[in-house]
Design a protein around this ligand. Sequence first.
Ligand SMILES: C[S@@+](CC[C@H](N)C(=O)[O-])C[C@H]1O[C@@H](n2cnc3c(N)ncnc32)[C@H](O)[C@@H]1O
Length: 234
Amino acid sequence: MPTDLRPRREVTSFVRRSARMRDSLRRAYEGQLGRLVLDVPQGELRTSVADNAPALDLTATFGRSAPVVVEIGCGPGDSLVPMAQAHPGLDLLAFEVYEPAVAALVARLVREDVPNVRVAPVDAVAGLERLVPPGALAEVWTFFPDPWPKAKHHKRRLVDAAFADLVASRLAPGGRWRLATDWEDYAAQMRAVLDAHPAFVAEPEERGDRPVTRFERRGTAEDRPITDLVYRAV
Ligand SMILES: C[S@@+](CC[C@H](N)C(=O)[O-])C[C@H]1O[C@@H](n2cnc3c(N)ncnc32)[C@H](O)[C@@H]1O
């Protein structure tokens, strides 16, 4: 179904949590607002994006022109920071709704002097739709999205056909979507959605240089096998 005929997602892939932060983390967050933490025009909710928010000028956002990668749900940056350091020629734009994780991320970016990461503290669905220009991205990373394991919550899972349409529209031709999960039925859902999607072709499944995160370690400790998927936009 073409994107414009699909209903807009009303169920979010996260639960809004009240975010209490240590003073030092609060200062790290507020000190970087408008710098490493993008000052996104908000909609009705803290995590939403105003309908009239202009798309980002990615060259101005990063202060240079380089291939841009989006990470969706970066948490405190356990994958993002090492990968940004390993690829200084890439610019990484992260979406993360949980403020304490954003604060921990920016504190680490400052501490480790990482220049090529910015974080938008909003829902990645609205963020991709409104802030990222079509065809702008070299890659999208979705590592260990919240699994919503109970059947009644599956509608909250981020990766579905409508979201695949959105990611496809933001990737440049030939761009890649990398996904990882430790939930076998979510991996099956991802494969079913993306194998059927006309804008993607499957590439060999490989983790590449993705570091091990807390979420991966927990999955392995609980005997859940890790699946890494790679799809290329055609
Ligand atoms: C299970 S954690 C994984 C974190 C990280 N990717 C890792 O592997 O360590 C999922 C993260 O995605 C974030 N998240 C969930 N839905 C989101 C959305 N729609 N937009 C932005 N962040 C989201 C959550 O707040 C959480 O930090």
